[in-house]
Design a protein around this ligand. Structure first.
Ligand code: SF4
Ligand code: SF4
Length: 506
């Protein structure tokens, strides 16, 4: 399937792999629209940040586009009803983001009428509005990064406006095998991507955007070039990059396009770049120009376990089983269901899980890539040669086994993008990426524990301070009363003592 990309002229990108694309299977048909399912299952936690809080109750009738749940804090995205119907349950349901474990979901029984809110299809005259008003509007659309990161888009943009930005980069580099939803989107909805890019430029008050596509997507390039010509907007530039995995990683893309390197532990905005997925740009267009919040997405359903691989546009909340059935059903060989691609995807054990905002690919495989028995590291260095972040995976692996948090930080575990390149080339079949993911989770847990302990310590100290303050206040009051009594004479003392006894409940 793969070989190191050592001979490929990548210019600025270190490492990476040339992988068999396996995309043609799913790009033969135009994007298909999935019929409305009977039930929609909507996880309230589909974004980075705290889960949204339900605003509807069981038995309530809802319209397409109605807000069902709102995030409680400053980081999150609302969840909208993808169609009209009745809320029949708010209960735990198996979801993809947790490997199929249950998470709270709002379940809608669709009425088949697909009735929308009144505001539907009202375009926003964004060019006449200040940038921050446009950002506030984007906030209400439930839009998150559709490349898989699901970071709430409005908050990402709001954080970016306080940085010294030079470039908006629209990421059309869909470098992971099998996944073709962005390619099909660029082929069929290039004008909407360009429109989304122009809205983003206005909101950010920027005057330079690159739309970046891999050179092996000629039809997408043709359609985007035509849409940009139609728009006649000189702020937009189309850039082609080599097809290599993982050139679509944010930091890697920034480096390929601008030759700027994102610092360790930093963000592209630290070096003047903001990256958004092309699907996110189209979702912004849909929301501001057609009034449609993020209630559907294009997803690739593919693999040798599915009869007719294709790309479908489906409502968020559609059970994966219905998408598989629409794509001709499973083949006899279907054994493994993976959400995402073969490099970064996660296996799930059942197809009742719903399509969520993050689901860019449903991969049904007859067998997972064969991996021999794990052997000791022979220090061949292959993993370091392909690491796009220029890490030393063999060293990180050593410290992950030793649970050495200090060295893991020193060797840059935090910068690992979990691309899986090191796994693929390791002759000892060491599941490096899995070990790194676990090590990161342990470090996060430790940090959470430290933060919890710190909060408890502060609470304890505050409580002690409060008790000491109250004690001092009581003593001062007693001293004051004694002084008052000494001045007032015996009758007043008797009165004060009586009052004190009353106060003490004696
Ligand atoms: S590729 Fe595998 S065997 Fe070679 S150095 Fe890396 S971890 Fe060790
Ligand atoms: S998974 Fe991490 S360590 Fe391995 S190649 Fe990718 S970025 Fe490097």
């Amino acid at each position: 399937m793969a070989g190191p990309a050592a001979t490929y002229d990548l210019g600025k990108l270190h490492g990476g792999l040339r992988l068999a694309a396996r995309k043609s299977e799913s790009t033969g048909l135009p994007i298909q629209s999935l019929p409305l399912p009977r039930q929609l299952i909507l996880p309230i936690d589909q974004h980075v940040g705290d889960p949204a809080q339900p605003l509807v109750g069981i038995g309530e009738r809802v319209l397409k586009g109605q807000v069902l749940a709102e995030p409680p804090g400053t980081l999150g995205a609302p969840v909208h009803a993808p169609s009209s119907g009745e809320v029949v349950a708010i209960e735990p349901w198996p979801v993809a983001g947790r490997h199929g474990d249950p998470a709270p979901c709002i379940v809608i029984e669709c009425d088949g009428e697909d009735r929308a809110m009144e505001s539907w299809e009202e375009p926003i005259p964004y060019a006449e509005l200040p940038g921050d008003t446009v950002l506030q509007k984007i906030l209400q659309g439930g839009i998150v990064g559709l490349g898989g990161a699901v970071y709430p888009t409005a908050q990402k943009l709001m954080q970016a406006v306080s940085c010294d930005l030079d470039y908006l980069i629209l990421n059309g580099a869909e470098c992971e095998p099998y996944i073709s939803c962005d390619d099909m989107l660029m082929r069929e909805r290039a004008h909407d991507i360009v429109s989304g890019a122009r809205i983003l430029l206005h909101a950010l008050q920027l005057d330079c955007a690159y739309i970046v596509v891999e050179s092996d997507k000629p039809e997408a390039i043709r359609q985007l070039a035509a849409a940009m010509t139609d728009a006649g907007d000189e702020r937009l530039t189309l850039k082609q990059i080599p097809t290599i995995y993982p050139s679509g990683g944010e930091d890697q893309l920034v480096q390929l396009v601008t030759n700027r390197e994102v610092p360790s532990g930093g963000l592209p905005t630290d070096i003047g770049c903001l990256v958004q997925n092309v699907g996110t740009a189209a979702a912004i267009h849909d929301w501001l120009q057609a009034g449609e919040p993020l209630i559907s997405r294009i997803t690739t359903i593919t693999g040798d376990g599915i009869a007719n691989p294709m790309n479908v546009r489906a409502r968020i909340g559609t059970p994966l089983a219905e998408i598989a059935e629409f794509a001709g059903g499973y083949t006899e060989d279907a054994r493994h269901l993976v959400i995402g691609g073969p490099m970064t995807g996660k296996s799930v054990s059942n197809d009742r899980v719903p399509l969520v905002k993050a689901t860019n690919c449903i991969l049904v495989m007859s067998a997972l890539p064969a991996n021999g028995p794990e052997l000791p590291c022979i220090r061949c260095g292959e993993c370091a040669a392909v690491c796009p972040v220029q890490l030393l995976p063999q060293q990180i692996f050593w410290y992950a086994c030793a649970d050495d948090e200090a060295q893991l930080r020193e060797y840059g575990l935090i910068d690992c993008i979990e691309c899986g390149c090191c796994d693929l080339v390791c002759p000892s079949h060491i599941p490096l990426t899995y070990d790194f993911r676990m090590a990161k989770a342990r470090i996060r847990e430790l940090a959470d524990e430290k933060a919890r302990a710190e909060r408890a310590r502060r609470r304890f100290e505050a409580r002690n301070e409060r008790r000491q303050r109250e004690q001092s206040e009581r003593e001062a009051e007693l001293a004051r009363q004694k002084a008052e009594a000494r001045q007032a004479g015996p009758d007043a003392i008797a009165e004060i003592l009586k009052r004190k006894r009353r106060e003490d409940g004696d």
